[in-house]
Design a binder for this molecule. Structure first.
Ligand code: 5GP
Ligand code: SF4
Ligand code: MG
Length: 460
């Protein structure tokens, strides 16, 4: 999911949130929503669909206020229905709160039981709604916004990057591992006004400057008085999702100190060094495979070209809920360039193989276009384990690398050779301590303990 928040009484906060969400559209295409606060009054609009489908000038014009929070949804828990769209708005003793969540909690069964015991009225099915209610319960027991939120955070296990609007100010928070990203930006205004976004591309679009990340285990409280920071847990341990770096986030977003374009080019170069091959041409699978393909070309000296053209108006295939839709999605999405590929030995670089269905179709398309050899290079290691923290990598049985060797996968997707980036290479390229990242979908080493029944629901 994508989350966004802005506190700026002198700006049109709904419109700026709209543009922020527009830049974060890649993080979720199922539903979109914005809540603005005008004192204690909340204006909420959320619907299924893309940001541009959900909002128009008339709707945004009615959404006045001093602060706004927004969300683009990609469902990992709870079904794909409008009741699950966010922000989740909940009543409390101090007024309403509006919560936008990115990530996935792993202890929802426990949390739900606790909330029901406290007579809480759960309307929807999502973990995000449970966080909102947990905060409201604490507030109704007499705590203030910050105490209430912190007490609720201690009841949550898993991944949560949150933006929470209240009548008194806006919060931004990350779980103790900071699994999902969240950044702070400033508007060039006097007094300085603050913006929160899942990625820096959500700041760029409204002319906000990237200040810093919200840190793992940090809560920021943004009000008329500025920004106050609280470290709400004694055990912060950074575990940023490496898949954000490899694939999920936009290449123009800054993570771990640089744009992801630079990181992805670098892993392409490492991939070339690790798994060289004799070929005439390097191409990337648009869009996510392209930076690594350019890196591969630079390091190998094999010329880079565009070999596949993507229809910009088809969403990411993996966000569509059914396998059938996914399969038709890819045919709509990519078209090979026959003149470029004909008679060529082609290296095709992609960021990941998850189920193998996309890859197989792409390989067939390249051969149909006249490629004489197809060598696939993947700029991440084999995905062998499901994600429980908010990326929809499916159940383990659907992950092709969970049950098949690299040789078997090569055969199944019909390539002349196949190689993946090493796990060491992927982490070394970050330039940081490998301990600072979650890479559980490549290793099965889950940094936040996943309760057994939850594990069993997704593991073979
Ligand atoms: P596959 O061959 O596994 O069907 O698809 C791999 C391609 O789809 C890659 O280009 C990757 O960018 C994208 N992809 C498909 N599904 C997912 C998913 O669930 N998670 C991620 N991270 N990428 C996916
Ligand atoms: Fe990211 Fe994989 Fe960890 Fe999930 S399991 S948070 S996708 S690195
Ligand atoms: Mg891709």
């Amino acid at each position: 999911c994508g989350v966004f928040g802005i506190y700026a009484p002198e700006e049109d906060v709904a419109k700026l949130t709209y543009f922020g969400l527009y830049a974060l559209q890649h993080r979720g295409q199922e539903s979109a929503g914005i809540a603005t606060f005008e004192g204690k009054q909340v204006h909420l609009h959320k619907e299924m669909g893309l940001v541009s489908q959900v909002f128009n000038e008339t709707i945004l014009h009615q959404m006045t206020g001093t602060l706004a929070v927004g969300h683009t949804r990609y469902s990992t828990t709870g079904s794909s229905r409008v009741v699950n769209a966010q922000p989740a708005v909940v009543d409390t003793r101090l007024g309403k709160l509006a919560l936008a969540h990115n990530g996935n909690l792993v202890n929802t069964t426990r949390l739900r039981e606790e909330l029901l015991k406290r007579d809480c009225n759960l309307i929807t099915t999502t973990d995000s709604e449970m966080i909102a209610h947990a905060i409201a319960e604490e507030i109704n027991e007499g705590h203030d916004w910050l105490e209430g939120a912190i007490r609720a955070f201690h009841q949550c296990q898993g991944a949560f990057s949150l933006v929470i609007g209240t009548p008194d100010g806006m919060m931004g928070a990350r779980d103790p591992n900071g699994i999902r990203p969240l950044v702070i930006g400033t508007l060039p205004s006097d007094p300085v006004r603050y913006v929160l976004a899942s990625e820096t591309c959500g700041l760029d679009i409204i002319g906000a400057e990237y200040l810093r990340d919200v840190e793992p285990g940090e809560l920021v409280w943004i009000t008329e008085a500025g920004l106050a920071s609280f470290h709400w847990t004694k055990q912060p341990q950074p575990k940023l999702c490496i898949f954000e770096m490899i694939y999920f986030a936009r290449p123009d977003s800054i993570m771990s100190g640089e744009t992801l374009y630079s990181y992805r080019m670098r892993i392409g170069r490492i991939l070339a060094a690790e798994s060289a091959v004799d070929a005439d041409l390097v191409i990337g699978v648009p869009d996510s495979g392209v930076p690594a393909a350019i890196g591969f070309s630079q390091a190998s000296g094999i010329p880079y070209a565009e070999g596949l053209i993507k229809n910009r108006y088809v969403g990411r295939t993996f966000i569509q809920p059914t396998q059938k839709m996914r399969e038709t999605g890819i045919r709509m999405k990519l078209n090979p360039l026959k003149d470029v590929l004909y008679g060529k030995r082609v290296v095709i670089v992609d960021d990941s193989i998850v189920r193998g269905t996309t890859s197989r179709k792409i390989v067939k398309a390249l051969r149909d276009a006249g490629a004489t050899e197809v060598h696939m290079r993947i700029s991440s290691p084999p995905v062998t384990h499901p994600c429980f923290y908010g990326i929809d990598t499916d159940n383990q049985e659907q992950l092709i690398a969970a049950t098949k060797s690299v040789t078997e996968i090569a055969k199944q997707i019909d390539v002349d050779s196949l190689a993946y980036l090493s796990w060491e290479g992927m982490l070394k390229a970050t330039g940081e301590d490998p301990q600072n990242f979650c890479s559980a979908c490549f290793t099965g080493n889950y940094p936040v303990t996943v309760p057994e029944p939850v594990k069993r629901s997704k593991l073979i």
